[in-house]
Design a protein around this ligand. Structure first.
Ligand code: HEM
Length: 537
């Protein structure tokens, strides 16, 4: 209708410039989509929430990424969002009128993530964009293929098979203490490399300031490659290895404007197929020179590395016996991308919390030191018995889950919390908001208090009130592996080094895209632990 009115006005006025008309139509469409539609026409217009017409407001960011993390995490902070305390669903209108319903009630989470999970797949735009970067795999596939993939892959990530390096016997394995020990040895040898590196940099009295995130990123890549794929990525030794460079480049795609430009490129039909063609490979340098197409050049390079490197992963020989083509299987690098992001952020933020909370750090050192002194490569079972270590890992992941949240899209019309959900509705599950909900975790929910995990209440528990790994059939496949890896790394680092903030008044600087990373690479000061002074305490 709007088009007809404009056309008539155009005919009457006999404006000679067609381009002007196009610009006028576009401007009117934007005004309609961004200003008028969300306020007066949207089926969600009665749902409360912040409206952001051009850029996301602080209130919108609060609901998407959680409240700002403060150095001392004061109790009872209120950034204007408390007015939504009793609301179960809020609507966030983002740039260009993009509408999302943020679900805040546990019942809605259970409904969409667990009970009706098949009616709420990951959104198409998200799957398409990810497919371009990390190929098709669990994160990007839905329907029957996804169920088959999950069946194939999940057992390979279960605790018994994780510890069976080399044989990949995945079903019906009884957990043996010795085999578990082998797995821990594998992770420890990587930690040795890390500590050696730090030792050579150490200046004894004042310690050394290191960009912790970069080190955790290299260690995570090596750990996941070796534990999940028996592949030596060698990131700690060789910062120029092809896989390391490819991942570093991919990180460039995640910065604020880059991720938007990348999402814009990913909706161009055929773009996904183009980046893996020979023509794209030949044109990659030229693409890099064209404004806005630098991202395309990064993608072409990364796709090539992905195809070259995946062929060497032995895990794929295990799953090659299925109906999936070699290309499908090669693309399981998906897992690597998903796992590395979570692990490196989880480790970086845990070390940050320990640097801010020196008492918790010292208590952890007191717990892990005797065990590591007796056996520098303790078994998984011995590590699992360390209660404070478990509390520290769970509290870090609760307070600052590496993944800020997840999207789903309604595939059929539905109802949630008595709100009609039309087909196609984009729903968002904010993990940090869920993990710091005061009604479940108490008034100190925003505080780093590992001791809360020693006496959990009925309302706050790891199964129902902790969303760091998400819930339901699309939850994190690598949860067990991630927990083992985080414990191994934190125990051995804290036993050897004291972690402190790099400078007075240092504030956390999170930047959120796929995972929440520190913008400043998280500088922390490391000093060698004075073993003598420590053991006399
Ligand atoms: C602290 C570390 C980690 C965190 C916090 C984490 C978190 C998550 C979350 C929240 C999801 C679900 C997203 C959604 O619901 O849409 C997920 C999915 C996934 N994660 Fe992790 N992850 C971690 C480490 C790992 C590791 C080490 C691996 C494996 C090497 C891994 C493999 C996966 C895979 C394959 C999926 C897709 C599961 C599916 O679609 O069925 N993750 N992760």
């Amino acid at each position: 209708m709007l088009g007809e009115v404009i056309w008539q006005a155009y005919s009457l006025s006999q404006v000679p410039h067609l381009p002007l008309l196009v610009i006028l139509c576009l401007a009117l469409f934007i005004v309609y989509r961004v200003l008028l539609y969300p306020k007066y026409f949207s089926p969600y217009r009665h749902i409360p929430g912040p409206l952001a017409f051009v850029f996301s407001s602080d209130l919108a960011k609060h609901f998407l990424y959680g409240p700002p993390l403060r150095a001392n995490s004061p109790e009872g902070q209120d950034d204007g969002y408390n007015k939504f305390n009793d609301t179960n669903v809020i609507r966030i209108v983002g740039p260009l009128g993009l509408e999302r319903l943020v679900l805040l009630s546990p019942l809605a989470w259970e409904h969409a993530l667990i009970t009706r999970w098949q009616d709420y797949p990951r959104p198409k735009f998200y799957r398409n964009a990810f497919k371009i970067v990390i190929g098709s795999g669990l994160l990007t596939t839905e329907g029957r293929d996804r169920v088959l993939m999950k069946k194939m892959i999940a057992p390979a990530f279960s605790l018994p098979s994780l510890v069976l390096r080399g044989s990949y016997a995945v079903y019906g394995v009884t957990m043996s203490r010795n085999i578990i020990k082998q797995q821990t040895v594998l992770l420890y040898s990587l930690i040795d490399v890390l500590t050696q590196r730090v030792l050579t940099l150490e200046s004894p009295s004042s310690g050394v300031v290191l960009g912790i995130h970069e080190w955790m990123s290299k260690a995570s890549l090596d750990m996941i490659c070796s534990s999940a794929f028996s592949y030596d990525a060698n990131a700690l030794h060789n910062p120029h290895s092809e896989l390391v460079v490819a991942f570093r480049n991919l990180e460039k795609l995640q910065g604020g404007l880059s991720i938007r430009l990348f999402l814009a490129l990913s909706i161009i039909p055929g773009f996904g197929r183009f980046v893996s063609t020979k023509a794209a490979w030949r044109l990659r340098k030229m693409l890099g020179l064209i404004p806005f197409f630098g991202n395309a050049s990064i993608l072409v390079n990364t796709t090539k590395t992905r195809l070259l490197t995946c062929g060497e992963f032995p895990l794929f020989s295990l799953i090659k016996t299925t109906k999936f083509s070699t290309a499908d299987i090669l693309y399981q690098l998906n897992i690597l991308g998903a796992g590395r992001e979570g692990l490196e952020s989880g480790l970086s933020w845990s070390l940050y919390f320990l640097a801010v909370n020196q008492d918790a750090q010292e208590k952890l050192r007191r717990e892990v030191t005797p065990l590591l002194a007796k056996d520098p490569r303790p078994s998984y079972k011995a590590l699992s018995a360390l209660k404070w270590l478990d509390c520290v890992v769970m509290e870090s992941l609760r307070l600052f889950p590496p993944s800020p949240g997840t999207y789903r899209q309604a595939e059929v019309p539905d109802h949630m919390d008595r709100i009609p959900i039309p087909k196609g509705t984009l729903v968002y599950f904010p993990f940090r908001i869920f993990n710091t909900c005061k009604s479940r975790w108490g008034n100190d929910a925003e505080k780093f208090r590992p001791e809360r995990w020693l006496t959990l209440s009925e309302s706050a528990n790891a199964r129902k009130s902790f969303a760091a790994f998400s819930f339901g059939p699309r939850a994190c496949t690598g949860r067990t592996m991630a927990m083992i890896a985080m414990k191994v790394v934190l125990a051995s680092l804290v036993a050897k080094f004291e972690f402190d903030l790099a400078y007075e008044g240092q504030l956390p600087r999170p930047i959120t895209s796929i995972s929440t990373k520190p913008k400043d690479n998280m500088p922390l000061r490391l000093r060698l632990v004075d073993q003598g002074a420590f053991s006399s305490k």
